[in-house]
Design a binder for this molecule. Structure first.
Ligand SMILES: NC(=O)c1ccc[n+]([C@@H]2O[C@H](COP(=O)([O-])OP(=O)(O)OC[C@H]3O[C@@H](n4cnc5c(N)ncnc54)[C@H](OP(=O)(O)O)[C@@H]3O)[C@@H](O)[C@H]2O)c1
Length: 273
């Protein structure tokens, strides 16, 4: 079978689009920002504490020949979010795509989890997605078009011990995705999401640093963590006209994990399990 390069051929399916990526300066958000730009979009890279990282990614996007701005915002604060969306529209033009990627987690046994940790996880993942989406939709509604992609997680679809409020907050993102898709369909706005399982950069040596996660990943049907580019490509598809008839959908990028429990490698042998 032919191996598809991680660089891959681009389709230009987002040429002319203006996109905002929250948490776009690092990790998965960086991969999403660069993938949208590679597909032709101009991109606003939103950061909270690490402005330098967002500036760096904006510079990489400009080197690709697209326009880019780095914008600082706290997505848990309505005034900050509305200021950020206004700044982006002033700098780049009418917004076409919002990617709610910024996330936060605080692990621990539920009976020991502080109220502050519970609130912080819901504030970034659930409230942040709500505030950014509403601010973007208010700009998209008069234009009669737009696409929003929310990053949830496999944790929204199944539960893990000691994940704190993360799974519940991501489950809220899944339900909010459906609700927004219903309310805004009449305005030509599609709202979808991506639920990744473990995401690690292939070839970065993470397996040595995180042996317990590596063992879990070996028990996934596809036996691999998603590369950030895998998530970014799923986002680019959902954001683009290639997904013109898709709304309210969560695309799993999880190596098949949600469809089963963690199996031992021998369970995949014929007759196993
Ligand atoms: N990594 C995984 O294995 C995995 C698996 C499933 C789902 N996910 C989800 O995928 C997304 C990206 O994951 P990641 O691992 O790349 O995340 P990450 O490296 O932890 O980065 C989180 C990002 O969120 C931003 N952020 C946090 N609080 C914010 C706030 N109040 N306002 C604005 N931005 C804020 C941070 O910006 P600053 O750095 O500027 O503060 C940062 O860029 C998240 O939604 C995560 O839950 C990740």
């Amino acid at each position: 079978m032919q191996t598809v390069s991680k660089q891959g051929a681009r389709t230009g399916r987002l040429i002319g689009a203006i996109a905002v990526v929250t948490g776009g300066g690092k990790g998965v958000g960086r991969a999403i920002s660069l993938e949208l730009a590679a597909e032709g979009a101009d991109v606003a890279v939103v950061s909270h504490s690490d402005v330098a990282a967002a500036e760096q990614v904006a510079g990489e996007i400009r080197e690709l020949g697209r326009r880019a701005v780095a914008v600082k915002a706290d997505i848990t604060d309505r005034e900050s979010v509305e200021g950020m969306i206004g700044t982006v529209c002033d700098a780049l033009g009418t917004l076409d795509v919002l990617v709610n990627n910024a996330g936060y987690t605080a692990h621990g046994p539920l009976e020991q989890l502080s109220e502050a940790d519970w609130d912080a996880v819901f504030a970034v993942n659930a409230k942040g997605t709500f505030l950014c989406s509403v601010a973007a939709a208010r700009r998209m509604i008069p234009a009669g078009r737009g696409s929003i992609v929310n990053i949830a997680g496999a944790s929204a679809h199944r539960s893990y011990p000691f994940a704190g409020g993360y799974g519940p907050a991501k489950a809220a993102v899944v339900n909010l995705t459906r609700q927004m898709s219903l309310e805004w369909a009449k305005h030509g706005i599609r709202v979808n999401g991506v639920s990744p399982g473990p995401i690690r950069e292939a070839g970065s040596g993470w397996e040595t640093r995180e042996p317990e996660l590596a063992e879990e990943v070996r028990r996934l049907p596809l036996r691999q963590a998603a590369d950030p580019v895998d998530v970014a490509r799923a986002v680019a598809f959902l954001a683009s006209p290639h997904a013109a008839s898709t709304t309210g959908h969560m695309l799993l990028v999880d190596g098949g994990g949600v469809n089963t429990w963690y199996l031992a490698p021998q369970d995949y042998a014929e007759g196993g399990g």
